[in-house]
Design a protein around this ligand. Structure first.
Ligand SMILES: CC(C)(COP(=O)(O)OP(=O)(O)OC[C@H]1O[C@@H](n2cnc3c(N)ncnc32)[C@H](O)[C@@H]1OP(=O)(O)O)[C@@H](O)C(=O)NCCC(=O)NCCS
Length: 151
């Protein structure tokens, strides 16, 4: 893992922190979070003219439950509404499927209309709360089945 990648991710998360309810900084420390996700998860970024404008972070390594977890998707304020978030999550779906995952889950604040619209547009549906350390009391969950029909 490169020092520069950690710094770049931490800087991006600081820029979008105000968009999350509760804020990311109220529950994570950016630097150590960046170190963790860059070593254990998958981080995809969209760069425009040398500037990171969007990031998604997900895990697709649960070989028991075969469930991927989408941890973060965020687009800079000024770049929203152009399909960037949707393209990133579509890539998460494709990569999770190619890594053998059968399902993707994501949690969000119930008032986050943009997030609900984004995931719904890609086929995600509301689902119950799973168990796990990552579950926040104030969240709703959505999931997408990645199983393919054979007929
Ligand atoms: C949620 C977020 C990533 C969406 O990114 P985006 O690039 O603006 O979204 P897109 O332009 O790809 O839009 C995807 C779909 O969501 C819909 N959508 C996007 N923002 C919306 C909004 N504010 N209200 C209603 N629908 C919205 C779009 O109409 C589009 O639907 P369609 O494909 O059926 O036309 C962005 O608003 C963001 O970074 N928010 C702050 C961080 C956040 O809340 N992340 C999600 C936490 S789980």
């Amino acid at each position: 893992m490169k020092e520069q990648d950690c710094a770049e991710l931490a800087t991006f998360l600081e820029k979008v922190d105000h968009s999350f309810r509760p804020t990311l900084s109220s529950r994570i420390e950016f630097r150590s979070f960046a170190v963790k996700v860059l070593s254990k998860g998958v981080v995809l970024k969209v760069v425009d003219e040398d500037k990171v404008v969007a990031v998604t972070i997900f895990y697709a390594n649960d070989q028991v439950e075969k469930t991927a977890y989408l941890s973060v998707v965020a687009v800079l304020d000024e770049c929203r509404g152009r399909g960037i978030g949707k393209r990133l999550v579509a890539e998460v779906i494709q990569m999770s499927r190619s890594r053998g995952m059968r399902r993707i889950t994501v949690q969000m604040n119930p008032e986050n209309e943009a997030a609900v619209a984004l995931y719904t547009s890609l086929g995600f549906r509301m689902c119950g709360k799973p168990n796990g350390d990552h579950v926040r009391a104030d969240s709703i969950f959505m999931d997408l089945s990645l199983s393919r029909s054979l007929c």
